[in-house]
Design a protein around this ligand. Structure first.
Ligand code: SF4
Ligand code: SF4
Length: 223
């Protein structure tokens, strides 16, 4: 799922400083799971903002809402009546949700309340790690289910760089070397022969995000 972290309160206060009535909108999906922008975090952040602005002598009215999925137009539409009552929206959904609201409400400023960080997995309670960079051409079947795009600091496709030490990455010492993980996993599966298969170089500019906006079109689903 998408992972995010709340922005510092001071940063949020700065860009809300000229507004007295806002809607603080969360999202019931990914940011709820990573506890950055669900209903609970909306309530806590709204209280923190109200208190901070009270102390500054410029009270803030913060309405609250948490649609099921802020990145879906029909859920964004549910906010229409509330958005009409406010001067600005602070969204603690991921960057997709922020942009959905900005597109849906062209006359209302929409600000991000979180930093959208990565597509990740819950490692343990309160710890999330990146697992996928949405590269557009998944090769996990060749790497034992370990992603070298997201987990190798050099994004190597054909074996390790040779700099790892005790299974740790030479660039990020706290991280496991992705190719050590790939080796261990393939070894466990009895598929070490896969290490000898050459994974072709990626045309990042064509297949991935380097060439700008990517789009999926499903003719069978269009209405
Ligand atoms: S190869 Fe890695 S980055 Fe690409 S889609 Fe698969 S998991 Fe995601
Ligand atoms: S040590 Fe491993 S994870 Fe780090 S850059 Fe080299 S191959 Fe990639």
């Amino acid at each position: 799922m998408i992972k995010a972290e709340q922005k510092p309160l001071e940063e949020i206060l700065l860009y809300l400083k000229s507004y007295d009535r806002i809607l603080l909108s969360g999202c019931g999906a990914c940011v709820t799971v990573c506890q950055a922008g669900g209903e609970k975090e909306v309530g806590l952040l709204a209280s923190a903002l109200r208190m901070a602005r009270m102390k500054m002598g410029t009270p803030l009215e913060a309405l609250e809402a948490t649609p099921a999925r802020q990145c879906e137009p029909e859920f964004a539409a549910e906010l229409s009546e509330t958005v009409e009552k406010v001067e600005a929206v602070l969204s603690v959904a991921c960057g997709v949700g922020v942009q959905t609201l900005a597109r849906h409400f062209p006359k209302t400023p929409v600000f991000p309340g979180v930093n959208t960080t990565f597509l990740g997995e819950t490692v343990t309670h309160g710890v999330w790690e990146e697992r996928c960079q949405a590269c557009g051409n998944c090769i996990l079947e060749r790497t034992g289910g370990v992603c070298p795009v997201a987990r190798c600091a050099k994004q190597l496709f054909n074996g390790p760089c040779g700099g790892s030490s005790k299974g740790k990455c030479e660039i990020k010492r706290e991280a496991d070397c992705a190719w050590q993980l790939i080796y261990d996993r393939l070894n466990g599966l009895g598929q070490l022969y896969r290490m000898e298969e050459i994974i072709p170089a990626r045309r990042w500019g064509v297949e991935s995000r380097d060439s700008g906006l990517r789009r999926i079109v499903r003719e069978d689903l269009k209405v």
